[in-house]
Write a protein that binds this ligand. Structure first.
Ligand SMILES: [Fe+2]
Length: 130
């Protein structure tokens, strides 16, 4: 996979649709007649402690929490969804308007790298791996 390992996420700026690309990184999805916008992963330390997903692999599930300091959840500023993948499987959880950004996913394979993504409606897409 190109310069960016893991999943690529795209958003439709017209209808808000969300796509992810798992297999072919060169594919350019379209929606509502337009190319979709790729969501770039945010790098850097500013905002990291409220946005970077923290992955906890337990015996029977995998828990992801957004932010060492939990990200606020309010209609105007919130985490819209959290995704988790082990490379072979993807799970995405949409969050309610005020649901705390902590989600239990299935147990992920420990063969490879597990990656988590969180999407803030203001601060964009964040990724971490374990
Ligand atoms: Fe945010």
């Amino acid at each position: 996979m190109g310069e960016q390992e893991g999943l690529k996420f795209y958003r439709c700026n017209t209808c808000g649709n969300l796509f992810f690309v798992m297999i072919d990184p060169d594919v350019r999805p379209t929606c509502c007649g337009n190319d979709m916008e790729i969501l770039d992963h945010i790098h850097g330390s500013e905002g990291n402690e409220k946005h970077a997903p923290i992955i906890e692999i337990n015996q029977n599930d995998t828990e992801v929490q957004v932010g060492l300091q939990l990200h606020p959840m309010a209609p105007e500023h919130r985490i819209e969804w959290i995704a988790l993948t082990d490379g072979d499987r993807v799970e995405i959880q949409k969050l309610g308007l005020t649901t705390p950004p902590v989600v239990k996913f299935s147990k992920m394979s420990d063969k490879g790298r597990v990656r988590a993504y969180s999407f803030c409606n203001i601060h964009g897409l964040w990724q971490s791996e374990k």
